[in-house]
Design a protein around this ligand. Structure first.
Ligand code: FMN
Length: 388
């Protein structure tokens, strides 16, 4: 699928992730936008994720001239251009038919890994083959139960994925009230009857429907079918005991995603995790949890240098990446940010979102007087806002 010239010029005009979010809202039907934008129940945790970043205050050091900063680092032993991974998000094809292969190609161009969900629209093999030559991580849900999980792990290894991400915060889907209000659930039912019901809202976004029709795209899970259906994910979700056999079966780096406490992080590392992701699933699962940024320092302290500590939830700016690193994260994952870009302007939209995040990180580091990401630390924070 060639990148459209219209999307390329539209992407170039995006000035921030919030701008991409606004553009996405105008470009896809509201029920689809809300699948990405929404969160669980009262969305308290989702808001907290954003507020926690907004509340961080920098300690200002004037007249620092560190020169052009180097945003590069390593993640699980691989060089990355800046400390970010596109977060695994199910059914990217709902936002644009280019879907996960486009996200993976954009991530490869930006020099960062792409984590691909078990619930991806394109199959994991398709993303492997058409998703560019960057590092790809496979996010595991127990689709088809434990047997299905074993086969997904083998398929991911066969398709060249470099790391396995086991998500452990989804024994059941969070209650996303916006989806309920719109009467949609994913995979989206594109039967004529349901399309007729959704016609009044979809008709307001004819471009979205046209792109779907042009690419004969259906919003389904590419790894389902033989492996099992979406309900099977919740029938037999992973437990701590499962991490043992997963560790044995998967030879590459193992990442455990969806931890919020030092105790759980220690447990994951004891089970052989090379990295943990401090995450409340973008506020989409248990509402009422703290912000992941609030939970980060205690996990960093507990894990020490036994594993890499990553964070996701609420990353909307490069300065948020700097804040997470200053509080001890090695890198962040960004979910909605790249989905907004995809929905707003397809593959060029994801390119632009990643370019914005990298550029904002670079500028923040320059303003802070940091020559490299290793210079980002708690000494740059001013919690009281009164200086030191
Ligand atoms: C539409 C959508 C679908 C998601 N699907 C998955 C998934 O299939 N597996 C998973 O581990 N996390 C999933 N997540 C959670 C993200 O991986 C990530 O934890 C979250 O988006 C981070 O918060 P942020 O969106 O504020 O960056 C999804 C998030 C969104 C927005």
């Amino acid at each position: 699928m060639a990148m459209s010239r219209r999307e390329t010029s539209s992407a170039a005009r995006l000035v921030s992730i919030e701008d991409a979010r606004r553009r996405a809202r105008r470009r896809v039907p509201l029920p689809v936008f809300d699948v990405a934008d929404g969160a669980a129940e009262a969305e308290v945790t989702a808001r907290r994720n954003l507020a926690a970043f907004a509340d961080v205050r920098w300690y200002h050091r004037a007249a620092t001239a560190a020169g052009a900063p180097d945003t590069g680092t390593t993640l699980l032993g691989r060089r990355v251009a800046f400390p970010l991974v596109t977060a695994p998000c199910g059914l990217a094809g709902a936002f644009h038919p280019a879907a996960e292969p486009a996200v993976a190609r954009a991530a490869a161009r930006a020099g960062v890994p792409a984590a691909i969900s078990t619930c991806s629209s394109a199959s994991l093999e398709e993303v492997g083959a058409r998703g560019g030559d960057g590092g790809k991580w496979f996010q595991l849900y127990f689709l088809g139960g434990r047997d299905g999980a074993e086969s997904l792990i083998d398929r991911a290894a066969g398709a060249g994925y470099e790391a396995l991400v086991v998500t452990v915060d989804t024994p059941v889907s969070g209650h996303r009230e916006r989806d309920g209000a719109h009467g949609v659930s994913l995979p989206m039912d594109l039967s004529p009857a349901n399309l007729a019901r959704l016609a009044p809202v979809v008709a307001r976004r004819p471009g979205w429907l046209w792109r779907l029709a042009r690419d004969r795209h259906s919003i389904e899970m590419g790894n389902a079918g033989a492996a099992g259906d979406i309900a099977s994910i919740f029938a037999e979700p992973p437990t701590w005991a499962d991490l043992g056999w997963i560790r044995e079966r998967w030879n590459g780096p193992l990442v455990v995603k969806g931890l919020m406490t030092p105790a759980d992080a220690r447990r994951a590392v004891d089970a052989g995790a090379d990295a943990v992701v401090v995450s409340n699933h973008g506020g989409r699962q248990l509402d009422g949890l703290p912000a992941s940024l609030e939970a980060l320092p205690a996990v960093v302290e507990a894990v020490g240098d036994r594993a890499e500590v990553l964070l996701d939830g609420g990353v909307r700016r490069g300065s948020d990446i700097a804040k997470a690193l200053a509080l001890g994260a090695r890198a962040v994952l960004a979910g909605r940010a790249h989905l907004y870009g995809l929905a707003a302007a397809g593959e060029p939209g994801v390119d632009r979102v990643l370019e914005l995040l990298a550029g904002e990180l670079r500028r923040t580091m320059t303003l802070l007087g940091c020559a490299s990401v290793a210079d980002l630390g708690p000494h740059l924070l001013d919690p009281s806002g009164e200086g030191r």
